[in-house]
Design a protein around this ligand. Structure first.
Ligand code: AHR
Length: 625
């Protein structure tokens, strides 16, 4: 068969096509990407945080008394900050232990930043000893802090681990029999991603960065709009000193410290060279419903009361000022005080997530969109076209996008492999004069089924169609991205991890090959391939793009047939090529969960033979002269 380029028919496509979706689902943030090692550091865990509320979650979750001396009590009379009401009272020299998130993993020789807020209640407390210990009391490192006063004060020390262990605990031991109030007990590795304080777990953050995402969406998904009015993610509650941030029940059934907040999200985007894409609730929670306490969609339809919408809209405008405003502006000043005087270069803001398109929604959404367009025409507003639960029928959402002239809309679909194979023409039919598309959540998905070669190839196949339609589809992100083993609410995910390992799935490599080999010009091709003398089906797809910066030509061929396909690639009209080209092949049996791309070098020319194995994704990166 032949793959013949139609170089003269090339077209410009989005240079932002592949990004990432970050949502705090599956313990992706606390206990995951956020490098804090102490669980419930703020004593703010509550019964209502816990999905099902069948377990006893409270201010002492993950904490226990050590050594049986004295008592541990929780108080809320004189907190450090009103947003952080609870703190611990250690009476008569009581020592406490934190068990971390499934234990605390430390490495021999590495340094850890310890900090604590303490207050001397009876004048008797002096110093505190802090130790990393094992289940049987083995000590893996210790330090101490002094200078406790009668007012709340933050005290810090560095602790060096002497042994590599996966399941240490942190012990806090007052040095006298006095009574102490303590809060915000924190332990961070000094080796965070890019060495940031209050930073991210280096291995996990690097694995995401290695996708070369053009943008990162955050903080959700459903986390962005919550499951009731009190649970909408409000960015202003997530910036500033950690002790003053407002923790939040996570609608996926756990607790969000908001230690990984808007500043940290912006900084992470900048550190990995991705454009920030915050998604903000459109003044309504999930499905416009106040979900009765939590779980289940039985609640009353509701939105932010109209009399509060003025402030709600202002908060969104303030976010733009926080990200981009001068240091002399009210919100820009806070960014500078947090250590980032330069703007974060915010260009996109998402409004809404899979919301039901109702009058209640429209009233609020229209207000926000109008304010953003009036005050910040430089920002691309990305709207929503509604829930994906009913498949991919977004008629009402699109009608509203047309009416409000929304520049870009967010579509979500989780579909079986066959859907992706059979719908490669999905965007070929899209009207180019309407809104651009951000495919914000998608995955070849069967609930509970793991990612494997079949799902990864279905996504690779569909991505050839997304590149072909890169003039209307501007951005895409696989979802969800991160999942902590034994703490998943959603499967499959792109990257699994535990406290010591990061385990990218096969689908990760599809995203990575596209992310690292993106182009901004699409070159159509005639694909005439035969398998046993039959025209090959829609199980084979080809995409050729050029990256204007490097001038490289990138050929992607996906073969979902159970047989190899031989072809001659004809690149006439696309320039002169360096004969030695890099090739990556991702292949395996359809159920393989461990396949990784294999790289080699091949010889190419204006025409060259190319055999692609059964069940494979082949990518050839060709340098031009
Ligand atoms: O990606 C998981 C969830 O799927 C997201 O939170 C939500 O937007 C979608 O329904």
């Amino acid at each position: 068969g032949t793959i013949t380029l139609k170089a003269a028919e090339s077209k410009k496509i989005s240079d932002m096509l592949v990004g990432v979706f970050f949502e705090d689902i599956n313990y992706a943030a606390d206990g995951g990407l956020y490098a804090e090692l102490v669980q419930n550091r703020d004593f703010e865990y509550a019964l209502s945080d816990k999905e099902g509320r069948d377990k006893d979650w409270n201010s002492t979750t993950a904490w226990s008394l050590s050594g049986g001396k004295g008592t541990l009590a929780i108080d809320s009379v004189q907190p450090i900050h009103a947003n952080n009401k609870h703190y611990a009272i250690l009476k008569s020299g009581a020592a406490i232990i934190n068990s971390g998130y499934d234990g605390i993993a430390v490495k021999a020789g590495d340094s850890y930043d310890f900090s604590i807020f303490a207050k001397n209640i009876d004048g008797k407390a002096s110093g505190i000893k802090v130790r990393l210990i094992g289940a049987n009391g083995e000590v893996y490192g210790e330090t101490s802090v002094k200078g406790i006063s009668t007012a709340w004060k933050k005290i810090s020390a560095v602790l060096k681990a002497t042994k590599t262990v996966a399941d240490a605990r942190l012990e806090v031991v007052p040095q006298t029999n006095g009574t102490l109030a303590v809060d915000m007990i924190s332990l961070f590795p000094q080796k965070t991603y890019k060495g940031r304080k209050n930073g991210l777990r280096a291995d996990l953050a690097q694995t995401v960065a290695d996708l070369h995402p053009k943008f990162m969406r955050f903080p959700g998904g459903c986390v962005a709009h919550g499951d009731g009015l009190g649970n909408i993610y409000r960015w202003k509650n997530t910036i500033g000193p950690l002790e003053s941030r407002k923790p939040l029940r996570n609608l996926w059934g756990y607790h969000q410290t908001t230690g990984l907040g808007y500043f940290e999200y912006f900084q992470y985007c900048e550190d990995m060279g991705a454009a920030p894409l915050p998604v903000i609730a459109a003044g309504v929670p999930c499905q416009n419903s106040a979900i009765d306490e939590h779980i289940g969609l039985g609640g009353q339809q509701c939105g932010v009361p109209m009399e509060e919408m003025g402030q709600y809209v202002q908060d969104i405008l303030d976010l733009v000022e926080y990200a981009n405003g001068p240091v002399t502006s009210k919100w820009g000043k806070l960014r500078a005080e947090a250590g980032h005087p330069k703007p974060f270069n915010l260009k996109y803001v998402g409004i809404g997530n899979e919301d039901l398109i109702t009058d209640l929604f429209e009233e609020r959404y229209a207000m926000i969109v109008k304010a953003m367009k009036d005050k910040h025409p430089e920002i691309t507003v990305i709207g929503t076209v509604g829930p994906a639960a009913e498949g991919t029928d977004y008629e009402e959402g699109w009608a509203l996008a047309d009416k409000l002239d929304i520049p870009m809309v967010d579509e979500h679909y989780y579909q079986p492999v066959g859907w992706f194979i059979n719908n490669q023409d999905y965007y070929d039919r899209y009207d180019r004069s309407k809104s651009k598309v951000y495919l914000g959540e998608y995955a070849a998905f069967l609930p509970g089924r793991p990612n494997n070669i079949e799902t990864a190839l279905a996504e690779a196949l569909y991505l050839t169609a997304l590149e072909r339609n890169g003039d209307v589809v501007s951005m895409t992100s696989y979802a969800p991205m991160l999942a902590k083993e034994n703490h998943t609410q959603w499967n499959p995910d792109l990257i699994y991890f535990n406290n010591t390992e990061v385990k990218p799935t096969v689908g990760y490599y599809t995203q990575q090959l596209y992310g690292q080999n993106a182009g901004d010009v699409y070159l159509p091709s005639d694909v005439a391939l035969k398998d046993a003398n039959k025209e090959v089906s829609n199980r084979v797809a080809v995409s050729v793009v050029r990256d204007s910066k490097s001038k490289d030509l990138i050929v992607k061929i996906v073969n979902m047939l159970p047989v190899a396909v031989n072809s001659i690639v004809n690149l006439e009209g696309a320039g002169a090529f360096v004969p030695s080209a890099k090739r990556y092949v991702l292949t395996g049996t359809p159920d393989s969960k461990t396949a990784k791309p294999v790289a080699d070098t091949i010889t190419v020319g204006t025409t060259f033979p190319c055999a692609v194995p059964a069940y494979s994704f082949t990518l050839i990166r060709i340098k031009t002269k």
